[in-house]
Design a protein around this ligand. Sequence first.
Ligand SMILES: [Zn+2]
Length: 158
Amino acid sequence: MNRRTMIATMMTAGATLSIAGRGGAASGAFDVTRTDAEWKAMLTDLEFKVMRKEGTERAFSSALHDLKADGVYHCRGCDLALYSSQHKFDSGTGWPSFWQAIDDGAIGTKRDWKLVIPRTECHCARCGSHMGHIFDDGPKPTGKRHCINGVSLVFKPA
Ligand SMILES: [Zn+2]
């Protein structure tokens, strides 16, 4: 490794750290891994920003927000089934919302310290793609609100 690559690597590591904050990045050991170049080739700019850089789509911008059809929401990054229409509800926030994931193992979480108040970030457990955040103000029976970026999901009708 020459000096220039080393500096670049260090800068990348620093950038990743500041994005992920404490608690480990969503770039750990996942079953599905791709380089940034590979992700960029398969995603739009917005999808890449949201899914790989923990960005957030504009509220009410997702066509999936108002969708009430029966079906399953899959990870856009690796096609893993993440959420079911059975657990979807209208949270009024402008983002597709679910009170639980389709399976406990489908979603990974970590602490997100980007804002003053720590939040629970959630991502696809198979490829690490950022989904959104989980809050404690959801409906029964879980009381959880998975606030998810529509661009991270692909809906498959039942
Ligand atoms: Zn995935």
